[in-house]
Design a protein around this ligand. Structure first.
Ligand SMILES: O=C(O)CCC(=O)C(=O)O
Length: 265
């Protein structure tokens, strides 16, 4: 199976409308090159451009949905279209990832569970998702998570328990903590014996330089491909069957001790 991670440069010098058109044509260019295409987190606004979240938020079936559904079907690819600031007509904003089938149907929407920012930004401007999301592809089952979620291993264990074999993580990770990004992507792959496809952004928005360095890690923790800092299409071929063989040959997941007693005080 081939996947292309589109590490998009997100900066204020380009309007959201232009970027949407540009990204749609990059997705179309993946026709025949990849079966799965992955975009980063909040690539329309920028993950740190908090002031724009409310004004640029879209309904689930808004302009990004429309452009990405068309791009997925034109290219005939599975498309994890990264995330949008979603305006729920009956609730708060959410940081919501969209996944499309090769015929352009929305097959999954994942509202980010762990919001970043502590006492500001996304953590106060957006609501928290409550549901784990997996997506069955012919070759593998995707488990989806977003950016800051990468720091919470229990979420990924939940996805694995739900059948995930390929963990897809769109992000807008800052350069300042790039070492964590790489380390955590490898850790999630090793502990879950799963592929990790982690797609970040390039450029600088809201004064925050982005890490880039999108990365694909196999179930043994080996880095199959890693991008540089700038905008880049990172295409990788991987064998989804390696999840089952790794789990058979080194069956650590079977040694989980569920229901451990609480520590004695
Ligand atoms: O956890 C981090 O260091 C970065 C997280 C982040 O930037 C985000 O979730 O938007």
């Amino acid at each position: 199976m081939r996947a292309s991670l589109l590490q998009i440069d997100v900066n204020e010098g380009e309007s959201i409308d232009s970027r949407r058109l540009r990204v749609a044509s990059l997705v179309r260019e993946q026709a025949g090159a990849a079966e799965l295409v992955v975009l980063p987190e909040l690539w329309t606004t920028g993950a740190f451009a908090y002031e724009g979240f409310a004004s640029e938020a879209e309904p689930l079936e808004g302009p990004t949905h429309e452009a990405m559904a068309k791009a997925a079907s034109d290219a005939g690819v599975w498309l994890h279209a990264g995330s949008i600031p979603e305006r729920d007509p009956d609730g708060p904003l959410y940081n919501t990832s969209l996944v499309f089938s090769p015929s352009g149907d929305l097959v999954a929407a994942y509202r980010k569970i762990h919001r970043f920012g502590f006492d500001k930004g996304e953590a106060v401007l957006m609501g928290a998702g409550e549901e784990l999301v997996t997506v069955r592809l012919p070759e593998t089952t995707l488990g989806v998570a977003t950016c800051y979620d990468l720091r919470f291993p229990e979420l990924f264990r939940g996805l694995v328990d739900a059948g995930a074999e390929t963990l897809v993580v769109p992000a807008g990770w800052p350069e300042r903590r790039r070492a964590h990004w790489t380390l955590l992507a490898q850790a999630r792959a090793v502990e879950n014996q799963a592929f990790v496809l982690a797609c970040g952004t390039a450029g600088t928005h809201a004064g925050v330089p982005q890490a880039g360095h999108s990365i694909v890690v196999d179930p043994w923790g080996e880095v199959l491909a890693e991008a540089g800092a700038g905008e880049q299409v990172l295409t990788v071929e991987f064998d989804p069957a390696k999840v089952a063989t790794t789990r058979e040959q080194f069956p650590a997941l079977k040694d989980r001790m569920l229901g451990l007693p609480a520590p004695r005080r």
